[in-house]
Design a binder for this molecule. Structure first.
Ligand SMILES: C[S@@+](CC[C@H](N)C(=O)[O-])C[C@H]1O[C@@H](n2cnc3c(N)ncnc32)[C@H](O)[C@@H]1O
Length: 250
């Protein structure tokens, strides 16, 4: 997959949390005067939305230079930079809000990252993390598709992801000294007998993730089973996806 494929994928994922994002931005008080940083911005879907939809001065950083280059190409007027969330190139107390979307599952030491985020936040500012999945609590139905969930979790672990990132998020905010922490799980609703519009995009990722641990034949079979279950209205695929936010008090 190239970065434009990833951009398409990140845009699909961003749709899943769109309503929640607007709710959380309201809860923490993000407004047009806020200075907002997205950490782990990928190709810039969430950062650019902040600017376009919420008319906010937002900046994004990501550790992958090629992703940052794609973000800049798609939205040249937003500030994107290449940096590690553990070493942010900003002075203390620089931002009113820091946002992260699908980032913490990829971090080896989330508390270290949260401490660094706290450094660049102004006192009274909020860290808002959302879309952090918990693959160990994933539910698949019918039973012949349990294997698909297990394979995807295994592949993510092999790529370095923490499959329990979701359930650990609010504890980590607490460990990093954030106050007034709130956490929850994103709402989820699907029509049971329709092929979801993201079915092909989901399978593109699955094929990409699972190519090292499954054969093409096995994947084709699982895709057929998935499609048939969707058509019969028996398919359930749910990964509890957490959000949490907390305030820097000092
Ligand atoms: C799943 S993507 C999400 C991208 C974007 N937040 C979105 O939702 O559209 C996670 C991103 O986090 C970035 N990332 C991982 N570790 C990072 C780190 N230590 N510092 C900064 N970015 C990091 C990856 O390069 C990747 O682009």
């Amino acid at each position: 997959m190239d970065n434009l494929d990833w951009h398409e994928r990140f845009s699909v994922q961003a749709e899943w949390t769109k309503q929640l994002r607007q709710y959380l931005y309201q809860q923490v008080g993000i407004n047009e005067k806020s200075r907002v940083l997205e950490v782990g911005c990928g190709t810039g879907v969430i950062t650019s939305e902040l600017k376009e939809f919420n008319k906010i001065q937002a900046a994004g950083i990501d550790i992958q230079l090629d992703r940052v280059a794609t973000a800049k190409k798609i939205d040249p007027t937003t500030h994107y930079g290449c940096a590690d969330v553990n070493h942010l190139p900003f002075t203390n107390n620089h931002f009113d809000f820091v946002v992260a979307h699908y980032l913490f599952l990829w971090l080896r030491d989330p508390v270290k990252a949260l401490n660094e985020i706290k450094r660049v936040l102004t006192p009274g500012g909020f860290m808002v993390a959302l879309a952090e999945p918990d693959y160990l609590a994933r539910i698949d139905n019918p039973q012949e598709l349990w294997q698909l969930g297990e394979l995807q979790t295994k592949a993510l672990i092999l790529q370095g992801a923490n499959p329990m990132a979701g359930r650990q998020l609010s504890t980590q905010l607490h460990q990093a000294g954030f106050a007034a922490i709130q956490y929850g799980i994103s709402g989820f609703q699907e029509e049971s007998d329709k092929i979801p519009p993201w079915f092909d995009s989901e399978w593109k990722i699955l094929e990409n993730d699972l190519e090292l641990i499954s054969s093409k034949q096995e994947l084709d079979k699982l895709r057929q089973l998935d499609l048939a279950a969707q058509q019969k209205g028996s398919r359930i695929r749910w990964v509890p996806t957490f959000y949490a936010y907390g305030r820097k008090d000092y």
